[in-house]
Design a protein around this ligand. Structure first.
Ligand code: SR1
Ligand code: MG
Length: 420
């Protein structure tokens, strides 16, 4: 890795002069910079993101900042994270082809990735808030989670390659540290940067005084840091998915690391559930139950696609050292029960992660627009309370939730609960 000593932050005004000599750029959008239109559109918590539009093509230019954008330069963050994001994109493209943007150019020193502009895709979270359905979403996401989980693990990879990759990604220290504190720890005490809707005070006090719950969450954190089953996206929420009415792509894997196979699908489920619980703040009774039903069906179908694809890969691509055919098929014995067992273990982790993610988005620093955009806190707070209560149930009773229908039925029950 190069040292980021000559790093210079891009701006709308400097982008043309900075990019005009890069072949990967000019071969796509030409050399006449007077025809380039540049907009900064980054609305995430960490980076600069520019759209550079020219008559024949448009590019996305993403540059890491040396600090957390959401907080400011009081929270420095290493630029080397762009290196890991690029490495993660390369692996995701190999493991789940066609689901991530094509990369055109990477510059480590400038922490810069230039990639495909997805059009007419928009951030999925916006669609969920607007009540728009996305066809094929569950299939894309279920297959993405299954393919990246399976193909990044020693079910598929050669052990030496996988261990080398774990070693490589273990150099990315600061980004997992954000997840370790903001997701797993800060929600459960009065951490400095936390904030929450004032009406939730009583519920939050109960959550933070529940030692059984904190014990469970810390146990999951121990797994998150020690278990390197596969390369996870690491931040698979609805702001990391871009969709049209029938196509979805996955972006922004800068939180990638080796971790539990259930991490991504668990975090994704939490974000679908938060979209579900927040719906009464976004639409009238007339189309509420239809849209909420679609979200729950999406969760269920995402898992169905995940299971089907994982089983398919198990039967066709099990080339790693785990559960080798020599122990099963070559002996004339089925490995189907072993696969079911692995899937049960993934579901258990996913359920716990799901509950924890549901908590952190209303208790910790980085909230989501699903709830935050409901301005009237007397409407927002009871919906967030349902989300918090279900999150606690998921964390405390993960092992009793044996299938995804139990989880969606539970969501319907909490969706009518009054907790304030
Ligand atoms: C300080 S970063 C806060 C959050 O933004 C990212 O998208 C991750 O979700 C992280 O936890
Ligand atoms: Mg992000």
């Amino acid at each position: 890795m190069e040292k980021a000593s000559n790093y210079q932050e891009l701006s709308v005004d400097t982008i043309a002069s900075r990019l005009k000599t890069i072949d990967a750029v000019t071969s796509r959008i030409g050399t006449d910079t007077s025809k380039w239109q540049v907009k900064e559109v980054g609305d995430g918590n960490l980076n600069l993101v520019f759209i550079v539009e020219a008559p024949d093509a448009t590019l996305i230019v993403k540059q890491a900042l040396p600090y957390v954008r959401l907080v400011g330069d009081s929270w420095p963050l290493p630029l080397y994270r762009a290196y890991y994001e690029h490495e993660a994109l390369v692996r995701q493209q190999q493991r789940a082809p066609g689901t991530v943007p094509e990369i055109y150019y990477f510059n480590n020193e400038q922490a810069l990735i230039i990639m495909e502009f997805l059009q007419p895709h928009i951030i999925l979270r916006g669609k969920l808030i607007a009540g728009e359905k996305v066809a094929n979403l569950s299939e894309t996401m279920g297959k993405f989670c299954a393919r990246t989980a399976f193909r990044g693990s020693e079910l598929s990879m050669k052990s030496a390659d996988k261990k080398a990759d774990v070693g490589l990604f273990s150099g990315n220290v600061e980004i997992p540290a954000i997840t370790e504190s903001l997701v797993f720890t800060d929600p459960y005490y009065d951490a400095e940067m936390n904030h929450h809707t004032p009406e939730l005070e009583g519920i939050i006090k109960n959550i933070r005084s529940n030692t059984a719950l904190k014990n469970r969450v810390q146990k999951m954190l121990m797994k998150f840091t020690a278990n390197t089953e596969t390369m996870v996206h690491g931040d698979l929420h609805s702001g990391s998915i871009m969709s049209t009415d029938n196509d979805s792509r996955i972006i922004d894997p800068e939180f990638a690391q080796y971790g539990p196979m259930g991490f991504d699908i668990g975090m994704l489920t939490a974000n679908f559930l938060m979209a579900y619980f927040s719906q009464p703040g976004h639409r009238s009774q007339a189309d509420l139950s239809d849209y909420q039903g679609w979200i729950l069906a999406t969760i269920k179908e995402t898992f169905e696609h995940f299971y089907a694809e994982f089983r398919h890969l198990w039967n066709t691509e099990r080339t790693g050292m785990l559960y080798p055919a020599s122990l099963f098929e070559d002996q004339g014995q089925s490995s189907a029960a072993a696969c079911d067992d692995v899937l049960d273990h993934i579901l258990q982790d996913a359920i716990s992660i799901c509950g924890i993610e549901m908590h952190r988005r209303v208790l910790s620093l980085a909230h989501n627009a699903d709830f935050e955009s409901i301005e009237d806190t007397s409407i927002r707070a009871p919906l967030e309370a349902r989300n918090i209560m279900m999150g606690a149930e998921l964390i405390l009773n993960a092992e009793n939730i044996k299938d995804i229908s139990s989880l969606t039925s539970m969501a319907e029950r909490f969706n009518t609960g009054e907790y304030l």
